[in-house]
Design a protein around this ligand. Structure first.
Ligand SMILES: [Zn+2]
Length: 473
């Protein structure tokens, strides 16, 4: 392949599918005590026969179709042969010659398409635990609970040109996985390997293994790109190798010179019969696909007319977009909803040192919607609404905002004669500010508005107060 960009990145992502049982046996995918969720199949005992999990096929098919892939007519599994304690059979069951999905793409929120080379199903190996570091540990602990859990591997074309783009790609992929309801970000694992090279070295690539989380991917790539450029600048040669990302130290470390796929002996798995991917299966899956992030983006901008930046941010975050759609279903004004989801929710989350999604538990969502409803119908002012949200976020508001507003008499003052009375008082009490305003100081007007807002305890609308003061003076 001929490259001309400064940085070339390709990614391989492993996603743990959210099924109850493993890929080829009925062992549960969740277990607390090591080596308790195992059987003769996932331990690789002689004579045991794997049977493929239908749910996993269904999930993988959903993903391949959501990533715009061509779908293989059959699901065929191969054995990837290697010797290592994490694979008791001495081979991993995966797909090689004919992946379930191929030649797809993901469209980033900004419109750029990243090609998807392939999407395939495979089993997870067991997990290994070392004491201290891998080099010095006197032993290795093996937990076969993980062995045989269903993974989807997604491989991209080398069409990602910056660490930021890699991060956007991961974020978009995670949002798609969440929309499809085949991945649980809290309980399942998503890991990325990134192939990265720079122009300066003539594009000799290093593969960085096992990066978790979409924020880490950007960090790891920024470090690795700088490292490669520095090596070349200082006259050293870049070698093709596999490196590990040490998140704690913020560096990548050489693991081994890179093996190629051909180094593994692949053979078709004779124990697994090919599963036909029928037209009925494809049609049914197509029908069941939910609205995906880019379709949401289009709807938000074209139908709901919210501004493009807000639409981007909300549609590419599963939690925010779910919340936003609930507000829209409750018939709350779209722009107002977008504004509050985009700005006010992150503000209170930040203030309480939480993530937005940590706020959205129990009655929070329901009460948040009520606050926006009250605000949207002008029953309360923005000042009161913000105060209510603060109280809701830190746990001081323990009841329905509607009831609370009634009880505490926080309803917006809509009677202009009452507001007028407050304005007249403020003008009378602050002759200097009135003078300053007449001399052309605009701050003086803000001061007077502030005085009225205080008198009304935030229940008057600032716009209306401004109009009335201007009229009186
Ligand atoms: Zn098992």
């Amino acid at each position: 392949m001929k490259f001309d960009k400064d940085i070339i990145i390709g990614m391989e992502i492993h996603v743990e599918l959210d099924t109850d049982t493993k890929l080829f046996c009925s062992c549960p995918t969740k277990a607390e005590v090591p080596n308790t969720a195992t059987c003769e199949v996932c331990l690789g005992m002689p004579g045991s026969k794997p049977v493929v999990n239908k749910k996993a096929i269904e999930y993988a098919l959903k993903l391949a179709m959501a990533l715009n892939c061509s779908i293989a007519p059959e699901l065929i599994f191969s054995r990837k042969v290697y010797f290592y304690p994490d694979m008791s059979k001495n081979y991993q069951i995966t797909q090689y010659e004919m992946p379930l999905g191929s030649r797809g793409f993901i469209e980033l929120a900004e419109g750029k398409r990243i090609g998807i080379t392939r999407v395939h199903l495979e089993e997870d190996p067991a997990s290994l635990t070392h004491q201290g570091s891998m080099e010095t540990s006197p032993f290795v602990l093996v937990d076969y609970n993980r062995s045989g859990r269903p993974l989807c591997e997604i491989v991209t074309e080398p069409e990602i040109y910056s660490p930021q783009e890699a991060r956007d790609f991961m974020k978009q992929l995670i949002t798609i996985l969440q929309s499809l309801k085949i991945f649980n970000i809290k309980t399942r694992i998503i890991k990325a390997d990134a192939n990265v090279s720079v122009k300066e070295s003539g594009y000799i690539r290093a593969e960085i293994k096992n990066i978790t989380g979409f924020k880490e991917i950007e960090r790891a790539l920024i470090y690795e790109i700088e490292r490669q450029k520095k090596e070349v600048l200082e006259g050293r040669k870049i070698i093709q190798e596999t490196r590990g990302w040490e998140a704690g130290l913020g560096i990548t470390k050489s693991l081994r010179s890179k093996e190629t796929e051909e180094d593994y002996g692949y053979i078709f798995d004779p124990d697994l019969v090919a599963v036909d991917i029928t037209k009925e299966m494809v049609d049914k899956t197509k029908k069941e696909l939910p609205e995906l992030p880019n379709q949401k983006l289009k709807r938000y901008v074209e139908k709901l007319k919210i501004n493009a930046t807000d639409a981007h941010v909300i549609s590419s975050d599963f939690v925010l977009s779910e919340m936003f759609d609930r507000l829209i279903n409750a018939k709350v004004d779209a722009s107002l909803s977008a504004d509050w989801i985009r700005r006010e929710l992150p503000r209170v989350a930040n203030y309480n040192k939480k993530e937005v999604e940590d706020l959205l538990s129990g009655k929070f969502e329901e009460r948040f919607i009520e606050i926006i409803e009250l605000l949207g119908t002008k029953k309360i002012t923005p000042v009161i609404a913000k105060d209510l949200l603060n109280k809701l976020a830190d746990g001081r508001l323990k009841e329905s905002p509607k009831k609370y507003v009634e009880k505490e008499k926080l309803t917006a003052v809509s009677d202009s004669s009452e507001i007028k009375k407050f304005c007249e008082e403020a003008i009378k009490e602050n002759p200097k500010a009135v003078d300053d305003y007449k001399k052309g100081e605009s701050n003086a007007l803000n001061f007077l508005i502030g005085q009225v807002m205080r008198k009304s305890k935030g229940k008057a609308s600032a716009d209306e107060v401004k109009k009335i003061i201007e009229k009186i003076i």
